[in-house]
Design a protein around this ligand. Sequence first.
Ligand SMILES: Nc1ncnc2c1ncn2[C@@H]1O[C@H](COP(=O)(O)OP(=O)(O)OP(=O)(O)O)[C@@H](O)[C@H]1O
Ligand SMILES: [Mg+2]
Length: 296
Amino acid sequence: MMSESVAMQEALLNREVSSAVLTELKEAPCSGNAMRSVCVVSGKGGTGKSMISASLAFLLSEQGNTLLFDADLGVANAHILQGMRPTHTIAEVIAGQTSMRNVVTPCYDGLDLLAGGSGVAQLASLNGGELEVLGASFRSVEEEYCYMVVDSAAGLSRQTIAFAAASDRVLVVTTPAVTALTDAYAFLKVLLTRRPQCRPQLIINRVVVPAEGDRAAERLTDVTKRFLGVELECIAQLPDDRAAFVATQEQRPVVRGGGNSHLALALRELGRTIVQDLDTARPCGFGSSLHKHLVD
Ligand SMILES: Nc1ncnc2c1ncn2[C@@H]1O[C@H](COP(=O)(O)OP(=O)(O)OP(=O)(O)O)[C@@H](O)[C@H]1O
Ligand SMILES: [Mg+2]
């Protein structure tokens, strides 16, 4: 008999979404738009999106039920930073095999993880039908969560842009390096073309010398204002800190245990800023919004 994961991979390879599954999902009750979503993005890889998402998810889970969505589909690793080994992933939902509710992995009190699957290359380039299934699936679970953190893949793929455009808040992470800044600007340009009313917020990570962090923030906010006509607010500078490496090795978010490193303190401050901001946001409903932001 074919194993479940082989069947799931075959379904993905065929890229077929059964119309029965889609109809069922479309009829799922709407969430009432309670869940607030925050998407952590960057143009360049390795800027610290997953490190920040892991801690943010932990901090938000202290305030209300939170879903951490590992949107680095195909090469997902957010589960490692929560010390989890998920047995189910979003691949099964996309393949139309089961519901989203059945694949979330409870991590600890208040936090569930939606694992992104690994080793399935097709997950990195979902087609319109598959994204539509995802949107409908999110609608069916949104009412169970107060917050969702989306840990994005690097780059400008159609699905990464769609996830960001569908979120209530977008946090653009960059290091002070000019290459990271250039890629962050490229991401902003594409995102703002897709969703002109989006007001992304900036985080400068891995800051060694505060003046360099200030300069990086100034450069990116300046060009964003000048060429894209948008005020980009820098909401945090996070220090380069060995605490990130130690937390990764211990497979936990930096802010969970491990004392009061400079990085943990800065992340807690960032968490407070984001909770305050999200609590005043008017949630747009990630699932329905994803549907709206699908592009061909
Ligand atoms: N503030 C920091 N201080 C020191 N190291 C850091 C810091 N932030 C992130 N790192 C380290 O940088 C590396 C990349 O971080 P992370 O995996 O979070 O980046 P990412 O943006 O999610 O990468 P990808 O684009 O591959 O998903 C990791 O080894 C992480 O521990
Ligand atoms: Mg990552």
